[in-house]
Design a binder for this molecule. Structure first.
Ligand code: PLP
Ligand code: SF4
Length: 481
């Protein structure tokens, strides 16, 4: 079905979204009427755009579907500067907006890179609030000061790296940063310490796809028999050449104790065309999956859709090629304010992913990274969304809402906090497997707290006190035997 003019494809009556006042969960509301019929959901998640949406962009107006949906066109024409953005959009974008974006990119830890596909799906009549614009193009006017407790490598991935480009935090699995480039750059990237080109603000640690570095990583994996599962990430494996995928995949499959691995890529969400027109690349990927199957090992693809608007008819066709080859595709989303922190949007995303045969796996609470404070949500928002989404589709398509703790405590379920003070916005988590005996924090965005509490965060002593109090309460609440 085609949607003309509608960007959303998600027409369910919008409720207020997540409560930001923390009132959800308090027992002040009257009990629900148990005789009420189950909520009726509509089927708009099936309405994938199949119009020639790129023709609304002046620079692409004359392109045929075959020209636009070619991965070479897509990767060669990524927008990497505001000057280029102006050229491509012409009169569709105002001077004021461009100035705002120019100033926004100056403060960004990530370089700018937006595919023509994503650019064309942005509603340029209302770019300020568009959920895709929000993810890829910073606006200075929307930026908020960073939380005072925030660090660049917030997950301490570098601290858990025995060899350059490998993070071994969990006993049986490791994260292999195969390269440091991506088909696009997301503003909110957790790996802003390494991914992308150096920006005005940040000089990065570089992980090129160099063979020496890979060999040292393979040696480490071979020597560590406890490892069964590897996450091949980056950067983004979409940017690996076909022969690199074959080599990397077969080398991992050759290691006896490696039973499964995943290729993590944002590619299908931002440049689905590659799966349709880069046959060598696709066969390298499906070849590794098939070889894995022959050896009774599981190789999956983990992708990264954040909003239903990213999934069009072209995405469906692209994913169908993976489905036909028997590739399991799972999705990891990042929860972002103004993008997907709304009940109807999140329900639609989860059901639309299922509709195109992608299994929703995780929804991550936004990490505490620099320069994107306006994108973070409170933990309460994630807790509320989880409750509102569960039940909207099959349990095996229900993503787990996860928080990756600052400082390397690993992933914890959003409902699994030991203590959460919604007034100060301090949450405390234990992590018995990854860091037994230690406590980890998540701190809600300051601007969502009351003015009085915001004042306290501005003062170093008061700040320490709020954190210490929360840690003490968490210890007191530990009822384990
Ligand atoms: C997320 C992550 C993994 C994989 O964890 P799963 O819960 O199995 O998806 C592995 N290593 C690191 C460092 C990670 O952050
Ligand atoms: S594609 Fe992934 S690794 Fe690359 S910038 Fe986006 S979130 Fe970061």
């Amino acid at each position: 079905m085609t949607i003309h003019g509608s960007q959303q494809g998600c027409a369910e009556l919008s409720d207020a979204g997540a409560s930001s006042d923390g009132s959800v969960g308090r027992c002040t509301e009257p009990a629900e009427d148990l005789t009420m019929a189950p909520a009726r959901l509509d089927n708009t998640h099936r309405d994938l755009r199949d119009d020639e949406f790129w023709r609304a962009i002046p620079a692409y107006a004359d392109l045929t579907a075959a020209e636009f949906h070619d991965h070479r066109f897509q990767s060669r024409n990524c927008v990497t500067s505001i000057r280029k953005l102006r050229e491509v959009l012409g009169p569709r974008v105002s001077d004021a907006f461009c100035k705002d974006a120019e100033a926004g990119t100056m403060h960004s830890t990530m370089s700018l890179r937006i595919s023509p596909y994503i650019l064309s799906l942005i509603d340029w009549d209302a770019p300020e609030t568009d959920p895709l614009r929000t993810q890829f193009l910073p606006l200075a006017s929307r930026l908020r000061p960073d939380h005072p407790e925030l660090a660049l490598d917030s997950l301490n991935e570098q601290g858990d790296s025995p060899v350059e480009g490998l993070t071994h935090r969990y006993h049986d699995r490791a994260l292999f940063l195969a390269l440091d480039t991506c088909p696009v750059y997301c503003r909110f990237c957790t790996r802003s310490y390494s991914v992308g080109l150096d920006t005005e603000d940040v000089e990065k640690v570089h992980f090129g796809a160099s063979s020496d570095r890979w060999e040292r990583i393979f040696d480490y994996i071979r020597a560590h028999e406890e490892l069964e599962d590897i996450v091949v990430s980056g950067g983004d494996m979409y940017n690996l050449r076909a022969e690199q995928i074959t080599y990397l995949g077969n080398t991992l499959l050759d290691i006896d104790h490696i039973r499964r691995f995943r290729f993590a890529t944002k590619g299908p969400a931002v440049m689905p065309q590659k799966l349709l027109t880069d046959d060598d690349w696709l066969s390298a990927l499906t070849g590794v999956v098939e070889e894995g199957r022959r050896r009774h090992k599981l190789v999956a693809v983990h992708t990264h859709f954040n909003h239903p608007n990213e999934i069009t008819q072209v995405t469906h066709q692209a994913l169908n090629r993976l489905v036909e080859a028997g590739v399991t595709v799972r999705n990891q989303s990042v929860l972002q304010r103004g993008v997907n922190d709304d009940v109807q949007v999140m329900r639609c995303l989860v059901r639309r992913l299922g509709y195109v045969s992608v299994q929703p796996y995780y929804v991550f609470v936004h990490d505490m990274v620099r320069g994107v404070e306006e994108l973070r949500t409170s933990l309460q928002t994630a807790i509320h969304l989880e409750k509102q989404v569960r039940g909207a589709t099959a349990g095996y398509h229900m993503p787990t809402f996860i928080l990756d703790t600052m400082g390397g405590g690993g992933k914890r379920h959003v409902h699994g906090h030991e203590h959460y003070d919604r007034t100060t916005g301090v949450a405390v988590f234990d992590s018995p497997v990854v860091r037994p005996g230690q406590q980890f924090l998540y701190l809600d965005p300051i601007d969502e707290l009351s003015p009085e509490v915001q004042q306290r965060w501005a003062d170093a002593d008061a700040r320490r006190q709020m954190i210490d109090d929360a840690l003490a309460s968490a210890r007191g609440s530990d009822r384990s035997p």
